[in-house]
Design a protein around this ligand. Sequence first.
Ligand SMILES: Nc1ncnc2c1ncn2[C@@H]1O[C@H](COP(=O)(O)OP(=O)(O)OP(=O)(O)O)[C@@H](O)[C@H]1O
Ligand SMILES: [Mg+2]
Length: 226
Amino acid sequence: MQRVLVLNSKGGCGKTTIATNLAACYAVEGYSTALLDFDPQASAGKWLSLRPGQRPPIHGVAAHRRPGIHETRAFQLRVPPGTQRVVVDAPAGVTGQALRDCLRDVDTIIIPVLPSPIDIHAVSRFIADLLLEGRVRQRGIRLGVVANRVKEHTRVFQALERFLATLNMPFVTHLRDTQNYVHAAERGLGIHELWDSRVARDKAQWAPLLDWLEQGAQAPARASTA
Ligand SMILES: Nc1ncnc2c1ncn2[C@@H]1O[C@H](COP(=O)(O)OP(=O)(O)OP(=O)(O)O)[C@@H](O)[C@H]1O
Ligand SMILES: [Mg+2]
């Protein structure tokens, strides 16, 4: 089982968009897939509720909910036996125990970042803080950055590229700013489920991310840290 967390303390950078599109992509590829929604705004859960019944299923877990009176947290967060891919959507500004909850058993973290001076500044601080979180280093969790809502050939994207080149972590891909993500989300779909030629470029931008994730899935399993 591979478990991927989409995380950045900054709001609105594309965590839910990337988490839902990744879950849909895995489901389309035939993986038994679960989507854990840690955000009380429940955007990923809402997306799942819009998903047409005939599309490949994704098991949703409302991880933001408080456990029931006779329910342990681990029981609440369980995924069905045989699940092959777990995608975790984190809320903005998550810290402390809530962050440790999100990090539980994660192999890989995708950090979406918007090309804006404020977001570039915030992400450098966020990454520094994340690396101080013991279990990220101890467990060798892979971190990769995805630039989101990119307008290519803009100065601010070039500034983001320069900044990301200074980080000691992969800059995995960039996703352009397009309504294709908005239209897919309105229907509970991912862009990999649209066959319109207008999404061809978006699918191509996802390819390096899917390859990078697959390299991680091939790596030897790590010890569980519940
Ligand atoms: N590549 C993109 N192109 C166009 N719109 C996008 C793109 N990525 C995200 N969006 C839009 O930007 C908004 C914020 O995205 P999203 O909800 O995924 O961010 P988030 O990081 O999950 O936010 P929050 O911190 O509130 O959970 C949404 O309206 C979404 O549709
Ligand atoms: Mg979100």
